[in-house]
Design a protein around this ligand. Structure first.
Ligand SMILES: *Cc1c(COP(=O)(O)O)cnc(C)c1O
Length: 392
C-alpha cells in the first residue's frame, strides 16, 4: 500500500470518491434528513443491511469527511465528530463506565473534564483518582479492580508536564484497561497516541484542528468496534453532534494544520527561551524544558513541544493580573490554537472550578499564566511581553 505522508493526508482524503460535480472542496450537505427511494430501502438502512444516510444525527456526508480524515491522521479505525470537545470527552467517559466504576486520570485535566468527573462521582458513584504517572509503580498502585479506564492529558493543561504514553498503555494493558488520551494540545501532527498503544483519542477540535478561533467542535478516534458502540449509543441517543458547516470549517482548517503547528511550535520555543532569561520570570513550563526525563519523553512521542507555554512571574495573583493587563497585541482570552496569541490566568479562569487545594496540588498556582502562542512574527509577540515585563 502506498504510504501517504501526514501533510498530504491533511489535504486529501484517499477514501473520498469523486463527487457528482467535481467540486474541489467538500460540499456542505446542509440537510437534516435524507430521502429513501422506497419503503424497503428505508427499512434496509434502519436494519443496517445497506449503507446510506438516514438522518443527520446518525451521519452526514460533510461530517463524515471530517471524521474519516481524523481517523486517517490518528491511525484509528473510525472517527466520530461532536459538537464540542466536552461532548466528545463526555461521550467517551459515559461509554466506558457504569455506576460504581473508577477512573484513573492524569494529575491535571482540562477544567470542565474535572467538572464532569465530579458530576459523575456525585450522580453515579463513579470515582476517580489523580496520578502523576511518573512511574509504572505509581500507576499500578492507583489502578483498582474497579478501574474502567485511564484518562490522560499530555502535555497537561496548563502545567505542560508530559506523560509517557508508551509506559501508560503498557501498564494498562496488563489489566486490560483502556487508555483515553486528550490529544488537543498536540494534534495528530505532533503526537499519535494510538501508535503508542493507547486505545482512544479525543480532541477539542476548537483549538488547533480548526485553528482559526471560529468553531467549537470535538472528535473521537478509536478502534472500529469501540467507535461503532459510541455511534450507536452516545452519538445516536445523547446526540451532541457536529453541524455540517462546522465540519466544513474543520476540514478547511486541517489543510494548513502542519504549517500552523510548525510555526506555533517555533514561535513558542523561542518565546519560552526568551522568557526564561528575563529576571522577573520565576519558572517557564514548556515540553522539553523541564528535566532530562521529560525531555526524553518529548523526544520519543512528540514531533515538537507545541504552541502553549505556562510561566510564573515573581509575585502572585496581583502581579500576574497587572502583567496581563499591560499587554496590547496579545489578547486576554481562554481557548488556544488560534492565529492570535492568547493569554489567560488558569487559577481564576479555565481552572477556577477546581478547588484551591486540588489546584495547588496540580501546580496551578495564582502566579501561573498560560500563553497560547500564535502565528504572528515572534519579535512582535516578544515585544508585547517584554514591554509589559519591563514596567512596574
Ligand atoms: C478546550 C479543551 C477541551 C474542551 O473542548 P471544547 O471544545 O471547549 O468543549 C478539552 N480538553 C482540552 C485539553 C481543551 O483544551
Amino acid at each position: 500500500m502506498k504510504k501517504t505522508h501526514m501533510e498530504t493526508k491533511m489535504i486529501h482524503n484517499e477514501q473520498a470518491g469523486h463527487n457528482e460535480t467535481g467540486s474541489l472542496t467538500t460540499p456542505i450537505y446542509q440537510t437534516s434528513t435524507f430521502s429513501f427511494a422506497s419503503a424497503q430501502e428505508g427499512a434496509r438502512r434502519f436494519a443496517g443491511e445497506e449503507q446510506g444516510y438516514i438522518y443527520s444525527r446518525l451521519g452526514n456526508p460533510t461530517v463524515a469527511q471530517f471524521e474519516e480524515r481524523m481517523a486517517a491522521l490518528e491511525g484509528g479505525g473510525k472517527g466520530l465528530a461532536f459538537a464540542s470537545g466536552m461532548a466528545a470527552v463526555s461521550a467517551v467517559l459515559i461509554a466506558l463506565t457504569k455506576a460504581g466504576d473508577h477512573i484513573v486520570c492524569s494529575n491535571g485535566l482540562y477544567g470542565c473534564t474535572y467538572g464532569l468527573l465530579k458530576m459523575m462521582e456525585e450522580k453515579y458513584g463513579i470515582t476517580h483518582d489523580f496520578c502523576s504517572m511518573e512511574t509504572e509503580e505509581e500507576l499500578k498502585q492507583t489502578i483498582t479492580n474497579r478501574t474502567a479506564c485511564i484518562f490522560v492529558e499530555t502535555p497537561i493543561n496548563p502545567t505542560m508536564k508530559v506523560i509517557d504514553l508508551e509506559m501508560v498503555s503498557r501498564t494498562a494493558s496488563l489489566s486490560r484497561i483502556p487508555v483515553v488520551v486528550d490529544n488537543t494540545f498536540c494534534t495528530p501532527y505532533l503526537q499519535r497516541p494510538l501508535e503508542l498503544g493507547c486505545d482512544v483519542v479525543v480532541h477539542s477540535a476548537t483549538k488547533y484542528i480548526g485553528g482559526h478561533g471560529d468553531v467549537v467542535a470535538g472528535v473521537v478516534v478509536g478502534s472500529h468496534s469501540f467507535m461503532e458502540k459510541l455511534a450507536s449509543s452516545q452519538q445516536k441517543d445523547i446526540g451532541g453532534i457536529l453541524s455540517p458547516f462546522d465540519a466544513w470549517l474543520l476540514i478547511r482548517g486541517m489543510k494548513t494544520m502542519h504549517l500552523r503547528m510548525d510555526r506555533h511550535s517555533a514561535n513558542a520555543s523561542e518565546i519560552a527561551a526568551r522568557l526564561i532569561r528575563h529576571p522577573r520570570v520565576k519558572h517557564v513550563y514548556y515540553p522539553g524544558f523541564a528535566d532530562d526525563r521529560q525531555t526524553a519523553i518529548v523526544q520519543n512521542q512528540m514531533k515538537t513541544g507545541g504552541g502553549v507555554i505556562a510561566f510564573e512571574l515573581n509575585g502572585g495573583r496581583e502581579e500576574a493580573e497587572q502583567f496581563i493587563n499591560r499587554l496590547n497585541l496579545i489578547k486576554i482570552a481562554v481557548s488556544l490554537g488560534d492565529a492570535e496569541t492568547l493569554i489567560q490566568h488558569p487559577a481564576t479562569m479555565t481552572h477556577a472550578v477546581v478547588p484551591e487545594e486540588q489546584r495547588n496540588a496540580m501546580g496551578i498556582h495564582e502566579s501561573l499564566i498560560r500563553i497560547s502562542v500564535g502565528l504572528e512574527a515572534v519579535d512582535d509577540i516578544w515585544y508585547d511581553l517584554y514591554q509589559s515585563l519591563s514596567e512596574d
